[in-house]
Write a protein that binds this ligand. Structure first.
Ligand SMILES: NC(=O)c1ccc[n+]([C@@H]2O[C@H](COP(=O)([O-])OP(=O)(O)OC[C@H]3O[C@@H](n4cnc5c(N)ncnc54)[C@H](O)[C@@H]3O)[C@@H](O)[C@H]2O)c1
Length: 399
């Protein structure tokens, strides 16, 4: 397969962790005979310094022309004083989501077998298993609704609009993901979607619940559906996360629950994400930020970015075996006791640098005998792609 991947390293640890994901993608390409054309483009504060814009037109055009985008992270103290609309987080992150039409954010959260001690939850809760997927609506609700502050500055509102169309398209992503995860779990657990809302108070939530219920009845009766109020969901996530499979929710609830969901696994450097839309491609990034406190030290954990690359292979390119290979390589490297400093527990581990971790995973991905990952965190939601001519090239710069 030939595919074009836009590589956006960004700021802080971004370039360090993205370099390791590129290394792993190269290893997978060699092993499976694929041709990934990877071109690097500036974004975030680094792009502001280079071009005076955190999302240069050339970078946006490259992302729109690519089959998928791999992003490191953006932002840092150097650019905190910029006007809000020019800052890396708003201009680059929200700009990319809006311009690429990415309406569904998928965040798998699972505790890796070798890292069970990293969860802040009690052993008995972790032992029941944590392997869930949060599907968050990404371009609607209060974050994108009309906002107003009164002239005297003493009152304000944010509208929280949702349309049936917006609910349907993200709900479909959740049901499809649950179905595919059900196949991966091989009858050990029937697929389930928990739709989270606040239908006892909010009209948008009542529309959400009606729409999800109708879609379930007409197209996804094989998937179990439950509805849950958001306050209860926040509680259940720490009380018994094993009860969840796929959580579907709107933008603001998803923002909050996905951070909670990620933290119960205990390691921010381990968690990938995928943002998908109707069009081809998707954007893949670790859930963490640019970690300016450790940037340049060669100690950042690249696994969240490497696992984001696995999600890209599965979701944007339909390459499940290749994605499984990366996830299996990560599991094997962790089982061998290889750790970056953020996930060390006890004294019996080999503490490695960012690039040594990338070497270990790419080496494992290229050499071990192919077999499925123990439980793939995500499903196959491949979108139809039109792959063009391919070559491997790194091309930093504004132009
Ligand atoms: N998607 C994004 O690009 C994104 C997301 C969140 C924050 N940010 C930006 O990143 C900057 C820093 O934000 P923050 O400090 O609040 O959050 P952060 O996620 O960058 O860092 C939080 C803590 O986690 C650690 N950490 C993060 N990633 C790690 C990794 N891969 N390996 C080891 N440790 C890691 C950091 O060292 C830090 O102690 C800010 O400018 C913020 O706006 C960007």
């Amino acid at each position: 397969m030939k595919a074009k991947i836009a590589i956006l390293p960004g700021d802080g640890v971004g370039p360090e962790i993205v370099a390791e994901a590129v290394k792993v993608l190269d290893a997978v390409a060699r092993r499976f005979g694929h041709d990934f054309e990877m071109t690097e483009h500036p974004v975030g504060g680094a792009a502001y310094d280079l071009c005076g814009d955190c999302l240069p037109d050339t970078t946006l055009a490259a992302c729109q022309a690519a089959d998928a985008v791999l992003l490191g992270a953006v932002g840092g103290p150097k650019w905190d004083a910029l006007p809000p609309e020019k800052r890396p987080e708003r201009r680059a992150l929200l700009g990319l989501r809006a311009k690429l039409g990415l309406f569904a954010n998928l965040r798998p959260a699972k505790v890796w077998d070798a890292l069970t001690g990293a969860s802040p939850l009690k052993d008995g809760i972790v032992a029941r298993g944590i392997d869930l997927l949060i599907v968050r609506e990404l371009t609607g609700g209060a974050y994108f609704g009309e906002k107003r502050r009164a002239a005297d500055g003493k009152s304000a509102y944010d509208m929280m609009p949702y349309s049936e169309r917006e609910i349907l398209r993200v709900a479909r992503v959740a049901f499809e993901a649950a179905r595919a995860r059900g196949e991966g779990h091989a009858a050990a657990r029937p697929p389930k979607v928990t739709s989270v809302d606040k239908a006892n108070v909010l009209e948008t939530s009542r529309l959400w619940r009606e729409t999800v219920t109708a879609l379930h009845a007409s197209e996804y009766a094989d998937v179990e559906l439950e509805h849950m109020y958001v306050d209860n969901a926040a509680m259940q996530l720490v009380r018994d996360p094993s009860r969840f499979d796929v959580i579907l929710t709107e933008n603001m609830f998803g923002d909050i629950l996905s951070d909670e969901g990620s933290q119960i696994t205990g390691s921010i450097g381990m968690l990938p994400s995928a943002s998908l839309g109707d069009a081809r491609g998707g954007l893949y990034e670790p859930i963490h930020g640019s970690a300016p406190d450790i940037a340049g030290k060669g100690i950042a954990n690249p696994l969240a970015t490497i696992l984001s690359a696995a999600l890209m292979l599965r979701h944007s390119f339909g390459l499940s075996a290749e994605a499984d290979t990366i996830e299996r390589a990560v599991a094997d490297v962790l089982a061998a006791g290889i750790r970056t400093q953020d996930i060390v527990q006890g004294n019996d581990h080999a503490v490695v640098s960012t690039s040594e971790m990338g070497d270990a995973v790419s080496g494992a991905a290229e050499t071990f005998a192919a077999r499925p990952a123990p439980h793939s965190a995500l499903s196959n939601l491949a979108v139809g792609l039109d792959f063009g001519e391919a070559r491997t090239e790194l091309r930093p710069g504004c132009k």
